[in-house]
Design a protein. Structure first.
Length: 651
């Protein structure tokens, strides 16, 4: 004989008034078919002891208890002569607006612990911005991946020409100053004339140094106009974000999807709207060095990211054993344990109503990044399912439309060098020593300039003591990096943007590398005097994080369909040999506690012919030990279908 035991917390209570009509329902829905949603067919109608416990729990919220916004543990156990099994592990939803309270009677519902509904409620309150700021969350800015990028816009030849003309004029003035120095030196004779001449000479030399500094700045501006620096935006691994969200709700994230290097190294880069490295220099945008000023976290909640992830991989979310599992929706690691009794299945339905004849996968373009428009192919793909043979066009019953909207833009990579970059690459390859000697000379000038600024600031700080305040705050000019034969080619494969900012978050797979610095020794240079150049030894080469060679394909809409969404197709094909075609059955069978345990967390079953099927729903009455089962068995019932894939290229 079966006995049903009800508990609130650890307290055994009298069964609810509606207990005799209790039925346990297993809902193997599309979202969570492996971790069944267990519910009851009626809300609970508690009396006396149970109602006192619930009311006391709510009242304690007024004097230091948790109160109405924390549910009460509620379990139902089924006991027979062999064992006792928990068939329902819920909490009483005291915050349910439909609950009815009286002093000695309460009508209320219960909800599953740790299920998908619970997860969605909790995950909606987990914001990644908050996790980054929380020292105890397990993630921080150390988890940022700094993605290098270059600007793909055409070089500004007009501004460059103006700068070069300006540099020519300045160089001409230096030549005149050198002649003036020769004249002054020749004029220095007597001590009296020497004093004036020396002062004049010092003034001219200082003027030449200032002019040389201006030339250096012009050279840097010309370089930036023609080539542009490599800059950095921060992002985070897709997997890292999901793992952090799971930890925040007290669970562990698992997925076989991320065993693939493509998705293991997929980076989500949030939109970048503010890109000033220095607020005092509005003309200088972008971060020339990895910086935590560039936010790398997903701009949304854990629930948002779970929903997007599920859409991308055509997935299901499974909550079981304190784990959040994300897998493609046809994944089932269990084997069928329950076999239907030998009953005759006379009637069936088909799942023809689930056909989607127009199935679209689309990522976003971004008007603020012209690359997403210029390289539009792969952004959207539509799969049309239609009959192979048509006798009467007016009677064609194809229906159904679905759009999977992925709210990310695809990462576009730099595929080659511009004409200017090719010229520089040729120079760097043919004459690297000459170029590096020139860079050394420029860096010496910058070193002197920066040293002068430090000295002037020291003098001005002393003047402040006596009340003289002179505003002087020039910014330090960074030293120029040395070059090698591969300097320009390192830019190929780096993320390409049309501007330093973009409005739509990006997604892409990268070969992630930690930047490695290789300093070039200046030993042997005519300027290497007593190690004076050590302060500005700079990178010669660095290993950059670049897009994977397969990124354009990996994150194309048609590839996302063929890798994850093709299982929804009714057309039989490789990996989906029977097509998404199923026969659906409903029946009622004898069903005991042992049968229930076989299907509780596994919806795979056998029929009498050993065909494997999937339970869609099951309603079990433990008192009369009967169950109503709705299940489906995969079987092709038409081959008169074909697919056409439409992938617009933007032209």
């Amino acid at each position: 004989m079966t006995k049903v035991i009800h508990k609130i917390g650890d307290t055994v209570i009298e069964p609810p008034v509606n207990n005799p009509g209790m039925e346990v329902e297993l809902n193997f829905d599309a979202d969570d078919p492996d971790a069944v949603q267990i519910s009851v067919s009626n809300d609970w109608d508690f009396e006396k002891q149970a109602s006192y416990i619930i009311n006391a729990h709510i009242t304690k919220g007024l004097n230091g208890g948790v109160g109405v916004f924390e549910g009460l543990p509620y379990t139902i156990q089924v006991q027979d002569s062999n064992s006792t099994e928990t068939i329902l592990d819920h909490y009483i939803d005291t915050a349910d607006p439909e609950a009815l309270y009286e002093c000695d009677r309460i009508s209320i519902t219960s909800r599953e612990k740790g299920g998908v509904d619970w997860l969605n409620n909790r995950a909606g309150n987990i914001m990644y911005k908050t996790l980054i700021e929380d020292e105890n969350s397990g993630i921080s800015t150390d988890d940022y991946v700094h993605i290098p990028y270059v600007i793909s816009s055409i070089p500004n030849y007009k501004e460059t020409a103006i700068s070069m003309l300006t540099a020519f004029v300045v160089v001409s003035s230096i030549r005149d100053m050198v002649k003036e120095i020769e004249k002054v030196v020749a004029e220095i004779g007597t001590i009296i004339s020497a004093i004036g001449g020396i002062l004049k000479l010092v003034f001219i030399i200082l003027w030449i140094i200032a002019t040389l500094i201006a030339i250096v700045k012009l050279i840097k501006d010309i370089t930036d106009s023609l080539v542009g620096s490599i800059k950095y935006h921060a992002g985070m691994r897709w997997k890292t974000l999901l793992e952090a969200g799971a930890r925040a709700v007290g669970m562990e994230f698992k997925s076989t999807i991320f065993e693939d290097p493509i998705y293991r190294d997929t980076i989500i880069i949030p939109a970048k709207l503010e890109t000033l490295e220095d607020i005092d220099k509005p003309e200088k945008r972008g971060f020339t060095k990895p910086s935590t000023k560039s936010n790398g976290y997903f701009d949304g909640s854990f629930r948002d990211l779970l929903a997007i992830s599920k859409d991308i991989i055509n997935g299901k979310i499974v909550c079981v054993d304190n784990e959040i599992r994300l897998e493609r929706r046809d994944t089932n690691t269990s084997k069928a344990n329950y076999k239907l009794p030998d009953i005759e299945l006379r009637q069936h339905r088909t799942n023809a109503g689930e056909l989607v004849s127009n199935y679209t996968i689309q990522l976003r373009d971004d008007i603020s990044d012209e690359n997403t428009i210029d390289k539009y192919s792969g952004t959207i793909s539509t799969v049309i399912t239609e009959p192979k043979v048509i006798r009467n066009p007016d009677a064609v019953l194809m229906r159904g439309e679905k759009t999977v909207d992925i709210p990310f833009a695809r990462v576009v990579k730099k595929e080659g060098l511009t004409p200017v970059e090719n010229i520089l690459d040729s120079i760097y390859t043919s004459h690297p020593k000459i170029v590096n000697n020139i860079i050394t000379t420029v860096n010496v000038i910058l070193f002197i300039r920066n040293l002068m600024i430090i000295s002037i600031k020291a003098v001005l700080n002393k003047l402040k003591i006596i009340g003289i305040n002179i505003r002087f705050n020039p910014k330090k000019i960074d030293y120029i990096r040395f070059v090698s034969a591969g300097t320009m080619k390192q830019r190929i494969g780096i993320m390409s943007l049309s501007a330093d900012y973009f409005q739509v978050p990006k997604i892409g797979s990268f070969d992630i590398a930690v930047n490695s610095t290789k300093e070039t020794s200046t030993t042997g240079s005519p300027f290497d005097v007593f190690g004076i150049l050590d302060p500005f030894k700079v990178q010669k080469t660095s290993v950059q994080t670049k897009t994977k060679s397969t990124n354009d394909t990996d994150w194309s809409a048609d590839n996302i369909y063929s890798k994850f969404h093709f299982i929804n197709s009714f057309v039989p094909q490789s990996g989906n040999e029977l097509g998404n075609q199923w026969l659906r059955y409903e029946t009622e069978v004898p069903f005991c506690k042992e049968d229930f345990l076989k299907v509780k967390n596994n919806n795979l079953i056998f029929d009498k012919d050993n065909r494997v099927g999937k339970i869609e729903s099951l309603t079990w009455n433990p008192f009369n030990e009967r169950a109503k089962i709705s299940f489906r068995i995969q079987e092709t019932y038409t081959k008169n279908l074909e697919e056409k894939i439409i992938t617009p290229n933007g032209f």
